[in-house]
Ligand binder design. Sequence first.
Ligand SMILES: Nc1ncnc2c1ncn2[C@@H]1O[C@H](COP(=O)(O)OP(=O)(O)OP(=O)(O)O)[C@@H](O)[C@H]1O
Ligand SMILES: [Mg+2]
Length: 141
Amino acid sequence: MESRTFQTQTEDDTIALGRQLGPELTGVVLLIGNLGAGKTTITKGIVEGRGVTSAEEVSSPTFTLIHQYGDADPVYHIDLYRLDEVREVETLGLDELFSSGFLVLLEWAERFPALLPQQRTEIRIDSRPDDSRQITVATLR
Ligand SMILES: Nc1ncnc2c1ncn2[C@@H]1O[C@H](COP(=O)(O)OP(=O)(O)OP(=O)(O)O)[C@@H](O)[C@H]1O
Ligand SMILES: [Mg+2]
């Protein structure tokens, strides 16, 4: 497993890190961290770094569940926080998205481990008392 760790001090730093990571990410990416850790924030940068839309266009898919940014090489941003049952998640058609080869960013998906592919990237965000974040990017295969 290849893994790298970064520190960010501010929201803008986290967006900038996402912008840097965006071009290299592929496939299924889990964003893991507590409420308010910065999962949606880093997504803003990732999406911008891939040139599909600007950070301001990215909002939390907490209620809409799935957002799609861009058309030709889209990025999907999914938030499973509001779902409790595996069968609810199964109605979303995630398998189809996972096998599409498009970049799929997921918040709270680690709650449904049986539905996830083995081959994926995990971005873990830990918040520190001083508001900084420790962010680890690990590739599993
Ligand atoms: N270093 C930092 N990196 C990222 N966000 C930060 C940082 N310092 C403070 N923040 C603040 O933390 C919050 C992160 O919110 P965000 O919506 O990205 O979290 P989330 O992990 O998606 O939460 P949720 O599980 O509720 O969806 C924002 O209000 C942001 O301004
Ligand atoms: Mg979020």
